[in-house]
Structure formats: structure tokens, C-alpha cells
Write a protein that binds this ligand. Sequence first.
Ligand SMILES: Cc1cc2nc3c(=O)[nH]c(=O)nc-3n(C[C@H](O)[C@H](O)[C@H](O)COP(=O)(O)OP(=O)(O)OC[C@H]3O[C@@H](n4cnc5c(N)ncnc54)[C@H](O)[C@@H]3O)c2cc1C
Length: 303
Amino acid sequence: MIHRLIARMLPFLPKKVVWLFSRRYISGIHLEDAVKAAIDLDQNGAWATVDHLGEFITELAQVAEAREACLNALELLAREDLNVTCSLKPTSFGLLINFDFCYQAVREVVMRAGELGKMVRIDMEDATCVDRELELYRRLHAEFPKNVGIVIQSYLRRTADDLIKLASWHSDKTPVNVRLCKGIYQESEVIAYKKRDEINERYLADLTFLFSHGIYVGIATHDKFLVRGAYDLIENFGLSPDQYEFQMLFGVTPELRAEIIGHGHHMRVYVPYGRDWFGYSTRRLRENPKMVGQIIKALFIRG
Ligand SMILES: Cc1cc2nc3c(=O)[nH]c(=O)nc-3n(C[C@H](O)[C@H](O)[C@H](O)COP(=O)(O)OP(=O)(O)OC[C@H]3O[C@@H](n4cnc5c(N)ncnc54)[C@H](O)[C@@H]3O)c2cc1C
């Protein structure tokens, strides 16, 4: 209860205090910090996807920073011999201000990824963005099918219909690539499932649908129940490890991550970096208020 309360208060606390709670989820401020984390993960058998933090910008002038950050990340990552992708949030490219402007900027990034043999994942944001983010993906996938992926949130009631749409875009030549997650934003009951059991049931139904259509899935979860459910589905469908991967967030459940890698599955870790860490990390802490208690203990007991 007290942890939940502190987690809710975080946005009102001084940034320096919030940073103490947040830093376990963020690789650092600079691209080099993210690359260092990616190299470290690689040495421990995991791939990475790096994310330059930032979202919901208010002026199109801010798009240049997001675009340059992604382009720089792609250039640097292409020089390292690592299996690393980039993830981006379209609202940091002006999605909610001017769709065409956003599309052109993201297209530049995806095109460069294609030239460098890399992939860019379009993160899924709150429900006001879903139609526009799917449209962004539809257009980019038509032009660069192997260099762009999308995210689907199982908590949304609309997801079953969206998956049918995605499956219709999928073929051997134009493979669709989906990261499947529960969904992190606060949505109303009208549009989203709220109960954990319901969301888990939908998640496994969505995963079954994607596997049955031969779609590559990034199984993004730290939920042991879903991990076990995914193991069963992988076995039932007779999939080989190059047809899916597990995905987790930097700083979350490293033991479960090691267990999954130990079972011979591919694992990719979402590695955020940058100055704009506040929104991302307070969402993470609200998601798991117990963390607040653990961090307080670590701070006071171990100094
Ligand atoms: C790689 C990746 C990318 C994602 N991309 C998106 C996206 O584009 N859009 C979107 O809406 N959501 C995204 N998410 C977030 C996702 O939707 C969930 O909110 C988040 O993963 C928590 O759900 P869970 O499946 O891990 O299950 P939960 O039931 O929330 O968690 C299961 C267990 O994992 C541990 N855990 C979970 N979160 C934390 C935490 N923050 N700190 C410490 N322990 C924790 C706890 O032990 C918890 O009991 C992403 C998640 C991952 C892993």
C-alpha cells in the first residue's frame, strides 16, 4: 500500500529523488551507455533493442532530435557485430501533431535501417495512438517489410481484429514481425481488459493466433505464467528458436531472463537511454510498486 502510494507520488518528487528509484531501468544518458549494456547482454547470451527515451512531444521542431538519435544509434550499432535493433515511440516523431511529418521522419530511419541490414520496432503507445501507429506500420511494412516491426497490446479489446488485419499483410516475402505485450498505459474498461486473468487469457490466445499464421513474435513479458504458456505453445506448434524470441525490459527479472536463455530460447532486452527518462521510469515503478520498497531497502541498508 505504502509502496503504491510512493510510486503514485513519484511524478511530484524532485527529479534527483526519482532518479534514485529509476536508474535500474535506464542504461544511462548516452548512446554509448546503451551500446555498453548491449555488449554486456551479448556476453550473457541476450540480444538488445535500444530505445532513445522521449515521447509525446509538443512541437515538430523536437522531431529532429529523435530522428538524429535513431540514425546515430543505427550507424554505431551497424559497426558493432551485435544483433541489436532500435525501438522508437512515434509520439516522439510528432505522431499526434502531424501524421505525414511523423511518417516521413520514421521512414528515413527505417530506410537507413534497411541499408544497414537493421530493424526498427515501432512501440505501441496509448489508445489514442493505435490506429495511427498501425497505419504507420502498414505503410512502412509495404516498403521495407524486413526492416520494421510493430507492437500489439493484449489488454485492448480491439486486438483480435487488429491481428486479423496484420495476418492479411503477412506473406513469405512480406513477413510481419510482432512484439506481443500486455500493454502498459492506463486505459478505460470500455476499451481494455483490466483483470489480470482476462489479460493473460487474451495474451495466450493472441500468441496462438500469431503462431498459427507463421508470424515471428517477440514474446515480451516477465510473467512466469505467460512464459510457461509460451513454452507449451512453442512445443505444440513445433517451432524452432528462429521463429520467435522472448523479450524483457532492462533491469527487470534478470533471473527469469537467464532461465529462458538457459532453456535455449533467444532473448532480447529493451535498453532505454537518454535524458528524457522520467515518463518511462515512473511507468515502470507504478507497474511494480514493490520495487520502491526494495530500492528504499537497498539505499538505506547498503547505502
Ligand atoms: C521488451 C518489452 C517491450 C515493451 N513494449 C511495450 C510497448 O511498446 N507498449 C506497451 O504498452 N507496453 C510495452 N511493454 C510493457 C508491457 O506492456 C507490460 O506493461 C510489462 O511488460 C509488464 O507486464 P508483464 O507481462 O511483465 O506482466 P506483469 O504481470 O506486469 O509482471 C509479471 C512480473 O514481472 C515482474 N515485473 C514486471 N514489471 C516490473 C517492473 N517494472 N519492475 C520490476 N519487476 C517487474 C514482477 O515480478 C511481476 O510480478 C513492453 C514490455 C517489454 C518486456
